[in-house]
Design a protein around this ligand. Structure first.
Ligand SMILES: Nc1ncnc2c1ncn2[C@@H]1O[C@H](COP(=O)(O)OP(=O)(O)OP(=O)(O)O)[C@@H](O)[C@H]1O
Ligand SMILES: CCCC(=O)O
Length: 351
């Protein structure tokens, strides 16, 4: 069985072709800031990204008729449990109207369906950003009008969670894990017997990321918002220009580490704060798992840096053994989700 996989990100659309577990094509189409700046809404980019995907498929020597299914990454849709979902008309509508927020990954399922429909093959999405398996108590925020939301790197977190459990000789449904996705954004989650029962929301909470602030002091935030700034400006600053970028002027963690190694004080202070914040998040997740944790798992781009993982482990290593799966395999995880359905090992869920 052959699956076309589509993963739209902030600055790229990744395309891959899998024949069972074999990756036959892998391409990252870069979209420049100038190319995207004319589009107010994510949905407005659909034509451009679809054309780019179709070109990449043709250049790779494939025809759409070669595929058994198309699978896209899923974005900010209605909160749903983990799984492989068929792209229904309701998903298409939610991508068009974006009632749950704008995110480039919203387009994954949308493009999968549009391309699948061209040749009459099924379209799926797998473990979208909005996967919600949090317990009810975890949703409570501290103000009755606000609800904590589950928005995180669900695709990579779930896939790495399964891998870690296998390495521990357990099924994912038996394991208790704390998975730390250390990418451009960071998410630290408690996986309890196959469910992500709590997670520091990548957009709102917990440790800072490369360009996001994470949890911020509420009163300073209120004053900042009321100091003559527009909603758009505040969102842009806190969503894209805060975090490590605001301290050291770069989002490239390789550069940050190189400057730490060379003894730069400003970079070292920010780096230490990041390590400290991540350790604190891991400790919180350990507490809600009653300190019964089979492993702490590091994944994402930053996890390539062994000394960074070791520095976090210096705080939390007493809790549990540590496993490291650097990078992410989102394209493979998407293909595997579609193949599970095509092979009849799982049913496609309804959105
Ligand atoms: N080999 C490496 N060593 C150290 N840092 C790395 C390495 N590769 C990537 N990174 C860093 O990891 C960070 C995130 O990269 P990555 O490509 O995993 O995230 P992303 O896909 O952009 O974002 P997200 O994971 O939030 O979806 C960047 O700061 C990057 O510099
Ligand atoms: C959770 C999706 C990735 C991101 O926005 O950082």
């Amino acid at each position: 069985m052959k699956v076309l996989v589509i993963n739209p990100g902030a600055t790229s659309t990744k395309v891959a072709v899998f024949e069972e577990e074999r990756e036959l094509l892998k391409k990252s189409i870069i979209h420049t800031a100038q190319e995207l700046e004319g589009f107010d809404r994510v949905i407005d980019q659909a034509e451009l990204r679809q054309r780019a995907v179709l070109e990449a498929v043709a250049e790779g020597g494939f025809r759409l008729e070669d595929f058994d299914a198309v699978c896209g990454r899923g974005g900010l849709y209605r909160p749903i449990p983990s799984g492989t979902y068929a792209v229904s008309d309701r998903v298409m509508q939610d991508v068009e109207q974006a009632p749950y927020g704008e995110h480039p990954s919203n387009l994954g399922a949308y493009l999968a369906r549009r391309i699948g429909d061209l040749v009459g093959i099924p379209a799926f999405f797998v473990d979208p950003v909005c996967v919600d398996e949090m317990t009810e108590v975890a949703h409570v925020s501290g103000f009755a009008e606000f609800r904590r939301l589950s928005q995180f790197h669900a695709l990579n977190q779930k896939s790495v969670g399964r891998k870690a459990a296998r390495q521990l000789g357990k099924s994912y449904e038996e394991a208790r894990l704390i998975v730390c996705h250390l990418g451009g954004g960071v998410s630290v989650a408690a996986h309890d017997h196959g469910r992500v029962v709590d997670v520091f929301n990548v957009k709102d909470e917990g440790a800072m990321g490369m360009d996001r602030g994470g949890g911020l002091p509420v009163n300073q935030l209120i004053d900042y918002c009321y100091a003559g700034r527009s909603r758009e400006e505040v969102k842009r600053t806190l969503g894209r220009r805060s975090g490590m970028l605001s301290y050291v002027g770069t989002t490239d963690f390789r550069e940050i580490c190189a400057r730490v190694v060379s003894g730069d004080e400003r970079f070292t202070a920010a780096y230490r704060a990041l390590v400290y914040q991540l350790a604190k998040d891991i400790g919180a997740m350990a507490a809600l798992l009653h300190f019964e944790v089979d492993a702490i798992v590091y994944t994402g781009g930053m996890a390539y840096e062994q000394f960074f993982c070791d520095d976090i482990t210096a705080y939390v290593g007493r809790l549990a053994p540590v496993l490291r799966f650097p990078g992410e395999e989102e394209m493979r995880a998407l293909a595997e989700g579609a193949l599970r359905v095509l092979h009849g090992e799982a049913q496609a869920e309804t959105y």
